[in-house]
Every structure is written in structure tokens, then in C-alpha cells.
Ligand binder design. Structure first.
Ligand code: NAP
Length: 238
């Protein structure tokens, strides 16, 4: 895959899956712009990437911040959002602030992309949004995560029709070993991952590289739109 002269914007690209997508895209020739709320995370990410990247500090879930952010980004070929700030807890116990932060990345982010970002997408461009396994396989404590992931998938299908010929696709990861699991005490996390390594059909926890590979394929394939690619080691089968 040759991404020379392609400009790829990644909201959430300063850590985890988004960062690995940025790394792989650069190695295939793309220029990459990272978007995120924390300037520190963005500068650290830029230093770790193999080549120079641009970055724009903004909250994609905040209309004014996103509008300004997309102005700074300028024209682009592809947009990916891995932006998420998730809390796992029973809905009745969740604080409004936590719910708002979840909505910002996964719901308002895509809305602001459509309202303020897409006027700058080039012909032939496409968008990949991230949902997740909880959309199909909810567990206690995941109701908001499940609802938002299912919402992302609905939006992908509707926007693929509404905004054609811009292509919209979704990636639904299973458990992937990223900073997103930092909220879990290390021992618990190791135990959780070990249990998945025996129960999942793929016998492994996802690596960011597994998701980056699938995302870049989804981004450039000209005949793929309105689709949700499940990259979860068979997590929806067990
Ligand atoms: N890792 C998994 O096991 C897993 C499983 C299922 C689904 N997923 C989905 O896959 C995607 C990537 O997951 P990940 O584990 O790589 O995430 P991650 O490492 O936690 O990274 C999330 C990124 O989103 C940015 N972000 C959060 N809210 C934002 C906002 N409002 N505006 C702009 N940037 C924002 C964060 O940076 P700042 O804090 O600096 O803003 C961070 O760079 C997410 O959509 C997640 O729900 C992941």
C-alpha cells in the first residue's frame, strides 16, 4: 500500500491504536496529523513517531474547539477517529461529567467532523470511526460504552448513504492492549488478558498493530463503504 502524498488526520492519534495507525501510515509514505486534548501527549507522540508529524490540540467533542482544530488541519485525504475517554460503571452510578467525556469523543466528535471538517476532505477520501465489541456483547458496567459503540455503527451506515461518495466505515475492536486499560490495576489487567488468551478463538489479546493494519486497508479500499469490520479475535463468537 502506497500512501505517498496522502494526508491522514487521526483524532486520538497520540496514544494506543491511533498512534500505531499513525506510525504505520508514515512508514507507507503518508503525512499524518494527530488531534487530541493533551498537548503533552501530542508532543510525546510526535517524538516517538519515525517521521515528522503535525499535531493540533483540540477537543473534538467541543464544537468551538473542533471548528478551530479543523481550520488548522486544512485539506486532508482520510480521517480516522479513535478518540475515546471511557468509564466502565453501572449507568445509575455514573457521574454526568464522565458521561459527557464519553459522549465528547464517540458521539459529538463524529458530529463535529461532519459539520466542520468534511468540507476539507479531498476527492476520493474516506472516514473510519471506531466502535467496539461492547456494541454486540454488552456486560454489566458497559451500558454507556455499548450504546455509544452501537451509535457509531449506526452513524457509519447512515453517513455512508447521506454523504456519498465519501466512504464511511467502522472498525470494531475486541480487547486491545493499549493505554485505554490503564484504569485497571496491573494484576487485574494481567489476569484479564491471560483469561482471553485461553478463551478467544484467536488465542491472543489484540495488539495495536493488528488494528492499524485493518484500519489502513479499510481506509483505502475504494469499494468498501458503510461496513463495520470486527477485529476482535473471535470475541463475538464465544
Ligand atoms: N483498547 C481496547 O481494548 C478497545 C476495545 C474496544 C474498542 N476500542 C476503541 O478503539 C478506540 C481506540 O482505543 P485505544 O485503546 O487506542 O484508546 P486510548 O489509548 O485510550 O486513546 C484514546 C485517545 O483519544 C484521545 N481523546 C479522548 N477524548 C478526546 C476528545 N474529546 N477529543 C480529542 N481526543 C480525545 C486521547 O487523547 P487526549 O486524552 O489527549 O485527548 C487518546 O489519544 C476507541 O474508540 C475505543 O473505544 C478499544
Amino acid at each position: 500500500m502506497d500512501l505517498t502524498e496522502k494526508h491522514i488526520v487521526i483524532a486520538g492519534g497520540s496514544t494506543g491504536i491511533g498512534f500505531e495507525i499513525a506510525r504505520q501510515a508514515q512508514l507507507k509514505g503518508a503525512h499524518v496529523t494527530l488531534m487530541g486534548r493533551s498537548a503533552e501527549k501530542l508532543t510525546n507522540a510526535e517524538k516517538k513517531l519515525p517521521l515528522r508529524a503535525s499535531y493540533v490540540q483540540c477537543d473534538i467533542g467541543d464544537a468551538e474547539s473542533a471548528k478551530e482544530g479543523f481550520k488548522q488541519v486544512g485539506p486532508f485525504d482520510y480521517f480516522i477517529s479513535t478518540a475515546a475517554d471511557l468509564t466502565y460503571a453501572p449507568l445509575a452510578e455514573m457521574e454526568t461529567g464522565a458521561i459527557d467525556r464519553m459522549l465528547a469523543g464517540k458521539f459529538w466528535g463524529p458530529v463535529n467532523l461532519v459539520k466542520y471538517g468534511l468540507k476539507n476532505i479531498k476527492e476520493g477520501g474516506s472516514v473510519v470511526l471506531f466502535s467496539g465489541l461492547a456494541a454486540d456483547r454488552p456486560a454489566p458496567g458497559t451500558s454507556m460504552v455499548s450504546a455509544l459503540n452501537a451509535g457509531v455503527e449506526g452513524l457509519v451506515r447512515a453517513l455512508a448513504v447521506e454523504l456519498a461518495p465519501i466512504r464511511f466505515n467502522g472498525i470494531s475492536p475486541g480487547v486491545v492492549d493499549t493505554e485505554g486499560w490503564a484504569f485497571m490495576p496491573e494484576q487485574d489487567r494481567k489476569g484479564f488478558f491471560a483469561s482471553l488468551e485461553t478463551s478467544l478463538p484467536a488465542r491472543k489479546v489484540g495488539a495495536p498493530a493488528d488494528l492499524a493494519d485493518a484500519t489502513l486497508f479499510t481506509l483505502v479500499n475504494p469499494y468498501l463503504t458503510g461496513e463495520i469490520l470486527h477485529v476482535n479475535g473471535g470475541g463475538n463468537l464465544v
